[in-house]
Design a protein around this ligand. Structure first.
Ligand SMILES: N[C@@H](CCC(=O)N[C@@H](CS)C(=O)NCC(=O)O)C(=O)O
Length: 186
């Protein structure tokens, strides 16, 4: 199976970390985004990563890829935590996208909304419920890792010592160390 990914994508990192930790060999193919010449577009008109090509079938959207690989949690409470982690990443990703626009196209109101959402999700976390090797824990750590490297305008560590310690322990694992996103300057 081929996994199309980009090094900066927190969604793709979830799949990449899980594949490493669960011993599943995915053929990782880096792709460019927003590039009409990207080879993955032949299979994936959505042009987003992660995208998994299994035989002739292309599956995009992280939860669907997790489902296809049999990695979606079964417990409703775990699904609930995973949903919050995905919503966290989705929110910071669109906030980040707004920051990449020319200044006159940016929306401070939109950014404030996403900052509020991100803070609300982190403040509501029950960290003890996150088993360290669970999909939801890995997703949350990938979201925080994105903030560290590509969305530093969100100082999520402030006032969150327990979460900081939890995160540091997560990212010390080889699968995280081997998938660190490049810095983006934001
Ligand atoms: N809802 C999607 C989100 C995936 C997504 O937004 N990926 C970004 C990279 S983090 C992307 O491919 N963006 C392509 C673009 O902006 O054109 C999922 O769950 O996988």
């Amino acid at each position: 199976m081929i996994l199309y990914f980009a090094h900066g994508s927190p969604f793709a990192r979830i799949i990449r970390v899980l594949a490493r930790e669960r011993g599943v060999a995915l053929d990782e193919v880096e792709t460019t985004l927003r590039d009409p010449a990207a080879p993955q577009l032949a299979h994936n008109p959505a042009g987003r990563v992660p995208a998994l090509l299994d035989g002739g079938t292309l599956i995009c959207e992280t939860p669907l890829i997790l489902a296809h690989l049999g990695w979606l949690p079964r417990e409703p409470t775990a699904l609930s935590r995973l949903g919050q982690a995905c919503a966290f990443i989705d929110g910071i990703a669109v906030w980040n996208r707004d920051l990449r626009r020319p200044e006159h196209e940016r929306s401070p109101g939109f950014q404030a909304l996403e900052r509020t959402r991100a803070n609300r999700i982190l403040d509501a976390l029950d960290l003890e419920a996150y088993a360290p090797h669970s999909v939801e824990a890995i997703a949350l750590a990938c979201g925080l890792g994105y903030c560290d490297r590509r969305h530093t305008v969100f100082a999520w560590r402030e006032g969150r010592q327990a979460l900081t310690l939890w995160y540091e322990a997560m990212i010390a694992r080889p699968a995280f160390a081997g998938t660190v996103p490049p810095v983006s300057g934001i």
